[in-house]
Design a protein around this ligand. Structure first.
Ligand code: HEC
Length: 134
């Protein structure tokens, strides 16, 4: 009996010491910057979303449905990203959208965005593919 009591006291004491000690920051806090809290998107998708909304949403719409006043005035119309893959000229994949962004689509207001650089183009392409599915 005495043995058990001593044992529990030791456990309690060490719990007390641990809970009073300097705690390291919880894991969530250090991992937080990787995922945007408001949208739950990973860092690349979040960067793509921000660049897309600044550069592309006026024609293609924030949700990618091309339902904007600017789109209504254009011929040909900006791609609605929800349209089936068969309606896309370069395809609704990251590779296809990257090609579109680098070269533009001749004969339309979809110009080349090569000046944005490979990293930003890759992030925007990911976000366009994401919009096509969400
Ligand atoms: C001035 C309006 C305008 C802006 C701004 C614009 N686009 Fe477009 N986009 C168009 C039009 C118009 C088309 C359709 C071209 C066609 O069908 O010939 C198009 C087509 C596309 C397509 C479909 C290509 C395919 O395979 O059929 C993608 C993807 C696209 N745009 C992405 C973007 C992204 C990403 C941005 C921003 C970096 C952007 N666009 C900015 C007008 C615009």
């Amino acid at each position: 009996m005495k043995k058990i009591n001593l044992f529990s006291i030791t456990i309690l004491l060490s719990l007390f010491i641990v809970s009073c000690g300097d705690k390291p920051a919880p894991a969530e806090e250090t991992a937080a910057p990787e995922v945007a809290a408001s949208t739950g998107l990973d860092a690349d998708l979040q960067a793509g979303k921000e660049a897309y909304e600044m550069t592309c949403a006026s024609c293609h719409g924030e949700k990618g449905d091309a339902n904007t006043p600017t789109a209504a005035a254009l011929n040909p119309k900006p791609r609605n990203y929800k349209a089936p893959a068969s309606e896309w000229k370069n395809g609704n994949t990251v590779a296809g959208v990257t090609k579109t962004l680098k070269e533009g689509i001749k004969g339309s207001t979809m110009v080349s965005y090569a000046h944005l650089g490979d990293e930003t183009i890759g992030q925007i392409a990911q976000y366009v593919v994401y919009l096509s599915k969400n």
